[in-house]
Write a protein that binds this ligand. Structure first.
Ligand code: IMP
Ligand code: MG
Length: 184
């Protein structure tokens, strides 16, 4: 299985194979649910980029993709609660079927903000898909239509998830060791 786990990580939560199974399941669900619509996948940079690239290839439909970049985390593990858009969409989403693609829903503040932000542009339909869900930390109630896996209240890295912009390239998702996380 996972041969060389990164020295800053402790337990692997999801192996490469488990992630692939989860992504395939989500892709099939999306293929079934959206069969009559031309869907625009909107990935939230930078965390969702690895998930997005696998997810789109597991969807057997005509689709388009776009990205926006938001920030709230800085380089720490705590959300500041203030979400800012660093890069906006390139596409006009008015009248379109949009599926927002996130890496993880934690406090829910980012997704809650993004839903309001996108809704104001009058899409025909707006759905959400997140690879991971950390329900224990939720601060605002937010509707996630498709969830890959529920995860425990631990800081995770890999498969797009970072700590201080590092570890996004790990092919698995693992818990970060406590001593690596700085107490700022
Ligand atoms: P929320 O606004 O608190 O729901 O946080 C959403 C964003 O915080 C996610 O899109 C991630 O970029 C980041 N995030 C939340 N939990 C983790 C984690 O365990 N590891 C890495 N990034 C995380
Ligand atoms: Mg993110």
């Amino acid at each position: 299985m996972s041969k060389n786990i990164h020295e800053d990580c402790k337990d692997v939560i999801l192996t490469e194979e488990e992630i692939q199974e989860t992504v395939d399941r989500l892709g099939s669900n999306i293929t079934d649910q959206f069969s009559s619509d031309e869907v625009l996948l909107v990935g939230v940079l930078r965390g969702s980029v690895v998930f997005m690239s696998d997810l789109m290839r597991s969807i057997d439909l005509d689709l388009e993709i776009d990205f926006l970049a938001v920030g709230s985390y800085g380089d720490s593990t705590k959300s500041s609660g203030v979400v800012r858009v660093h890069k906006d969409l390139d596409e006009d989403i008015e009248g379109r079927t949009v599926l927002l693609v996130e890496d993880i829903v934690d406090t829910g503040l980012t997704l809650n903000f993004l839903l309001g932000y996108l809704e104001s542009r009058n899409p025909a339909d707006l759905y959400t898909c997140s690879l991971l869900d950390k329900p224990a930390r939720r601060e605002v109630e937010v509707d996630v239509d498709l969830i890959g896996e529920k995860v425990p209240d631990e800081f995770l890295v890999g498969y797009g998830l970072d700590y201080g912009q590092k570890y996004r390239n790990l092919p698995y998702i693992a818990k970060l060791k406590d001593e690596v996380i700085s107490n700022d």
